[in-house]
Design a protein around this ligand. Structure first.
Ligand code: LLP
Length: 420
């Protein structure tokens, strides 16, 4: 058995478990997402080990990759789920996750979503405003079902990540400001059909300086300790997700540093902790295989035009994100500098700009790395492009987990107006 993840064999051919990526690309077509359960398991176990000294549960943040097979795999390993929509709830149920292990986060839960979640007795709602509490309370008393409520706190921290995925500052739409917490927490005790379960925090995603976690968790703990001193019930603290991963090399995330922060703060406390990792469990376990359509040259500028585009992977253009791109088979050593771009009619449609890469021929395959998280989930059918196929590798065999929607099928979703 080979090491978990994607590796090169003695012929420099990119492989996963015992399979060659080029064989999979030929069989399933491109663009093709490939996920490795071996790496997913290794990551889950490493995270579990990091938080094992404290009392807590892992709730996989489904938004990172909501494929039902992937949710199901993490559930089989022992994860609960962190969701932000009733769509994600339904996916979790389809994947076999017990509602008792589901945390419903998000700033804009609709009444119909709240009702369905309540009827299914989910573990808890992480709420973000007093207005949301009022809505949940009204629906809970109508249904006569008690809602477990956790308050997401805005700790006013800027964790030095991309501004679009930074959620800890006061100016963002997220969480409840410190000064309002006590009043709202009091109401959790006074209202019928409401059960207080604690406090939550999530300051953002792709965070490398773990001191920000330390500061955020310390604030949360002090607040919880103070509430407890005032005879409030605060059994649980939800510490969110956000651990950064390396897109430029394959060095795994530093879970040991995370372990130190969590144990320093919570080793001897009796809070029941929840963790919501997304990216750090799945990102590196995914690649996107794409085929070179054409090499193009405009004077000195080189372009490698591939069949994956911003509709498959929007991260480079949306967040200026870097994804490693490498040839699936290494045929020679001649390096060029080129923009690797898709066929979509926008300058923003690129996978990589000014990238030094081994020169490739038309029809060669390239692997875009570290796309297990926030790639397929953020895809679209822009330019009437069909979705990519997706396969997962388990015990040295590949399984199709998402089928390409043909354009004919996409057209069938539409209604042609007959009145013109
Ligand atoms: N919990 C909550 C409440 C969240 O909002 C998120 C992510 C997570 C947990 C998981 O965070 P993670 O461990 O994955 O960092 N599309 C962006 C990332 C958006 C993250 C949104 N919230 C990207 O491609 O970088």
């Amino acid at each position: 058995m080979n090491l978990p993840g994607f590796y090169r064999d003695h012929n420099q051919t990119l492989c996963v478990q015992d399979l060659k990526i080029s064989d999979l690309a030929k069989k399933y077509g491109t663009p093709l997402f490939i996920y490795d359960t071996g790496l997913m398991k290794q990551r889950y176990e490493a995270f579990l080990d990091a938080v094992s000294p404290v009392k807590g549960n892992i709730h996989y943040a489904v938004k990172a990759n909501d494929s039902i097979s992937i949710i199901s795999y993490f559930a089989k390993l022992g994860c609960g789920a962190d969701i932000v929509s009733i769509g994600e709830f339904k996916k979790c149920i389809a994947a076999g996750v017990s509602p008792k292990k589901i945390i419903f986060s998000g700033v804009g839960k609709e009444n119909t979503e709240i009702e369905l979640a309540l009827k299914n007795n989910i573990l808890q709602f992480n709420i973000e405003s007093e207005e949301e509490l009022n809505d949940i309370q009204r629906i809970a008393s109508k249904l006569k079902i008690t809602a477990n409520i956790c308050l997401r706190i805005n700790v006013d921290i800027s964790p030095n990540t991309h501004k679009k995925i930074s959620t800890g500052e006061k100016s963002t739409k997220f969480g409840i400001n410190f000064e309002n917490v006590k009043t709202i927490y009091q109401r959790l005790h006074d209202l019928d059909y409401i059960n207080p379960v604690g406090l939550a925090v999530h300051i953002g995603s792709q965070i490398f300086d773990f001191d920000y976690f330390f500061t955020a968790y310390s604030s949360l703990k002090s607040l919880a300790d103070e509430l407890k001193k005032n005879n409030f019930q605060v059994p649980s603290l939800d510490l969110g997700g956000g651990i950064g991963i390396n897109y430029q090399n394959n060095i795994p995330p530093d879970f040991s540093k995370y372990r130190k922060i969590v144990t320093d703060l919570f080793l001897n406390s009796d809070y029941n902790l929840s963790f919501e990792p997304g990216r750090s469990l799945i990102a590196e376990a995914g690649i996107l295989v794409t085929k070179v359509i054409r090499n193009k040259k405009n004077n000195d500028k080189k372009f490698i035009i591939v069949d994956a585009a911003m509709n498959n992977l929007i991260r480079p253009t949306l967040y200026e994100a870097f994804h490693e791109v490498e040839p699936v088979n290494i045929n020679h050593n001649h390096k060029i500098t080129a923009d690797i771009v898709g066929p979509i009619c926008e300058t923003g449609d690129f996978i990589a700009l000014d990238r030094k890469i081994q020169s490739v021929d038309n029809n060669d395959f390239l692997a875009i790395r570290t796309v297990g998280a926030y790639a397929s989930v953020m895809s679209s059918n822009y330019n009437a492009r069909a979705d990519a196929n997706e396969i997962i590798i388990y015990n040295n065999k590949e399984y199709l987990i998402k089928k390409t929607e043909s354009i004919e099928k996409l057209i069938k979703k539409e209604i042609l107006l007959k009145y013109f």
